[in-house]
Design a protein around this ligand. Structure first.
Ligand SMILES: [Zn+2]
Length: 486
């Protein structure tokens, strides 16, 4: 070996080694880089979920095996009247109603009878129990997500804790999750990003469960600073499952991208974001154990054996204390009688003024029909003073929603027009109270995927695409408010 080569070997080799060690150290030390990396599990000790034992199949397969979902088209007011009167007289499960059609879940034999009277129809779901089973599996292996409490998380050493976070996140969005897994994931996010957010309880449901909210504030101290607030609530209606992973996804992205995305950092430094993925906690638990199509909460009612208040009819604007307690749309005897609406009322109306904060944004997330809706829901006869501004923002929101995966979302006022029987009134809607009573400037109802192919049984493979388009929309929403307010 020549002198020069030897010199190279003695001088440069240790230098290269030293540089490599420094690089590895910096890489592992950079927690943000680690947070955003994709972790591939090499071996898994998490069990593959046995779908047969998850409970939902065993209980519900038989229950819905004769059910179909059919869209009945309205041809003139008489046909609309006929469809709705028939559905109401048979106490059928109306999934969605609009000016051109009504979607109804009904038993096969009832469907035959109804089609003979109203021939203009389309079968959306011919076998409800099969589509229900398919909706629960994305085609990817489902892992049983272990329950996590704050004690376990707070005592866990850094590396397994971070790996747990990445793996949980990876598994979480593959399929719909039960309440325990959702709460565990929220605890995990709050622990992983304890400098950016915290998990709090807004109240307790009739069955004693906590209504959890993730309060995301960024790293700018907000004790003295009067940050304005944007509130997002999901699952007021228990069967609208897609709103939960969609809101969890947004919460995750907001905290995970705080250090790497300027746009996100500005939005979190400017506003406090309060995200309530599961408002109707008891109702959601009930959709997993007893009835996949349950809508209301599970509160006991005075003078009735039927349970439950429809949360989106129990707010204080245009409230109607009448109605049949057994009805899906029953909104309670008094406004804010439901524990869930009372908790949200406190959040918007009491807590925030005490803290000298004001709520500027409010999004109530529902499904289905892919639409962006603004006040008033109560009646089409009322036009909000901000109608033009709502239209402008709604157009922007639907444009962004469309850009991500090409899905078309419509935008309009939330009211349902005259249907041939009577003028539709939507009493006690959340966005109406937020806008008119709580003076929230930019309230919207967002109805997520799809437009009726699967309805409430949206397949799990659509969780991530729906979440992505919603998150893009959310950033636009925050930015619009940020610029509009100042
Ligand atoms: Zn809804």
């Amino acid at each position: 070996m020549s002198r020069t080569l030897k010199l190279c070997a003695y001088v440069f080799a240790p230098l290269i080694l030293l540089i490599t060690v420094i690089c590895i150290y910096l890489d592992f030390g950079n927690s943000q880089k680690f947070r955003n990396s994709i972790w591939e599990p090499k071996s898994s000790n998490w069990e593959v979920l046995d779908e047969g034992s998850s409970g939902i199949w065993a209980n519900m397969n038989a229950k819905y095996q004769n059910d179909q979902v059919i869209r009945f088209y309205h041809e003139g007011n008489d046909a609309t009247r006929e469809v709705l009167l028939y559905a109401e007289s048979r106490n059928l499960d109306i999934w969605n109603t609009g000016s051109r059609y009504t979607d109804i879940r009904l038993r096969r034999e009832v469907a035959k009878e109804m089609i003979s009277m109203i021939p203009n129809h389309k079968v959306l779901i011919s076998n409800v129990s099969m589509v229900l089973a398919n909706s629960m599996s994305s085609g990817q292996e489902t892992k049983n997500l272990p329950p996590l409490d704050f004690n376990t998380l707070s005592t866990m050493p850094q590396e397994p804790f971070s790996k747990l976070y990445l793996k949980y996140t990876e598994e979480f969005y593959k399929n719909y999750q039960n309440l325990e897994a959702i709460n565990s994931y929220l605890r995990l996010l709050a622990s992983m990003y304890s400098d950016l957010c915290e998990l709090t309880s807004l109240g307790t449901t009739a069955e004693g469960r906590s209504i959890l909210a993730l309060r995301i504030h960024g790293r700018i101290p907000n004790k003295d600073e009067k940050k304005e607030v944007i509130i997002l609530q999901g699952t007021a209606h228990a069967r609208e499952w897609i709103s939960i992973p969609t809101l969890c996804y947004s919460a995750w992205k907001l905290v995970a991208q705080y250090d790497s995305d300027n746009r996100v950092r500005k939005l979190l430094d400017k506003f406090e974001w309060i995200i309530v993925p599961v408002l109707n906690v008891d109702g959601y638990a009930y959709t997993w154990s007893e009835d996949r199509f349950w809508t209301k909460n599970r509160q006991s009612l005075k003078n009735s054996n039927c349970k439950g208040i429809n949360i989106d009819n129990n707010w204080g604007f245009g409230f109607n204390g009448q109605g049949n307690p057994c009805d899906e749309l029953f909104g309670g005897l008094e406004p804010f009688e439901a524990n869930e609406t009372f908790a949200m009322f406190n959040l918007i109306s009491n807590t925030l003024p005490k803290e000298k904060k004001s709520t500027v944004g409010f999004l109530d997330i529902h499904s289905y029909s892919q639409s962006v809706l603004w006040p008033y829901a109560y009646s089409c006869d009322l036009l909000p003073a901000d109608d033009e501004n709502f239209q402008e923002l709604a157009m922007g929101l639907t444009k962004v929603l469309h850009q991500v995966h090409g899905r078309l979302y419509s935008h309009q006022q939330a009211c349902i027009p005259f249907d041939g029987i009577h003028k539709h009134y939507h009493p006690g809607a959340a966005i109406d109270f937020a806008y008119f009573n709580a003076e929230v400037r930019w309230p919207f109802t967002i109805r997520l995927r799809d437009v009726g192919d699967y309805g409430y049984l949206l397949p799990a493979r659509e969780i991530v695409p729906t979440s992505r388009e919603f998150y893009a929309m959310l950033l636009y929403y925050g930015q619009f408010i940020s610029e509009a307010a100042y």
